[in-house]
Ligand binder design. Sequence first.
Ligand SMILES: Nc1ncnc2c1ncn2[C@@H]1O[C@H](COP(=O)(O)OP(=O)(O)OP(=O)(O)O)[C@@H](O)[C@H]1O
Ligand SMILES: [Mg+2]
Length: 268
Amino acid sequence: MIDFSHVTKTYPNGDIVLDDVNFSVSPGEFVIITGKSGAGKTTLGRLLIRDLLPTKGKIVIDGEDLTKIKTKNVSLIRRKVGFVFQDYKIIPDKTVNENITIALEIAGYNRKKIAEKIKNLLDMVGIPGKGDLFPGQLSGGEVQRAAIARAIAADPPILFADEPTGNLDQETSIEIFKLLQKINSDGTTIIMATHDVTLINLNPDRNIHLDKGKIISDLDGKPDHTKQSEPRHSGLDPESSKEESQTTQTIPPKPKLKKYKRKINKTK
Ligand SMILES: Nc1ncnc2c1ncn2[C@@H]1O[C@H](COP(=O)(O)OP(=O)(O)OP(=O)(O)O)[C@@H](O)[C@H]1O
Ligand SMILES: [Mg+2]
């Protein structure tokens, strides 16, 4: 579904921010990207939505090579990857409803469907009844929930959450993390960047650790046969989806991490 192959990103000032990064993500996975400030987590997310192009290497989503797609088709990639920004990027002078409406209008929903969608989304992320409030009237955790609602509004098959618990207390961080797990159990592939190593112990699937732009570990918490139910989204890699559908439909208890170590910097 997602494949980073020998991806290097150098900014114009010459800094190598990502250095020969290789990993693949299958539909339905929940991947945590950890690494110190400056390790390259946000850069990796920006590459995934084709906000940046790699200096070297290839990024493929559902068979589409992001380094080759035409600019006019970038919006198609953005529909596949919802993004929760590190600084929220919620528009402060618009209400929660209005913020989410913009995302849904871009995705082509009509007014009636938008109202229905927003109600369901706010219920799902745990802020029912807050739609008419402005971001400044919400708590930090609620703003984050609104940002997540906006990012998943148009049902992207992939969600990149950039430091979604960055400014929150531990209890609220765990609530947000559980919300992401719920979204993942509905079939959305999640990649979450975080400094918060305590969240790794709650992670059901996988932790990729970046250090100075290099993947230094890629730990898988569960064997393939325990993969979750078939993704609900369309537009997934048919081969990967086939593999998913052959696996069990029951969600097993989540094993602890550090059981399986992926091959780092595999050659494709
Ligand atoms: N547009 C840019 N031009 C030059 N350097 C940049 C640019 N954007 C990011 N960088 C540099 O790239 C490195 C990685 O930045 P990035 O934002 O990806 O890190 P991060 O892991 O997300 O950090 P944090 O945990 O603080 O959010 C940093 O050293 C940063 O200064
Ligand atoms: Mg960042």
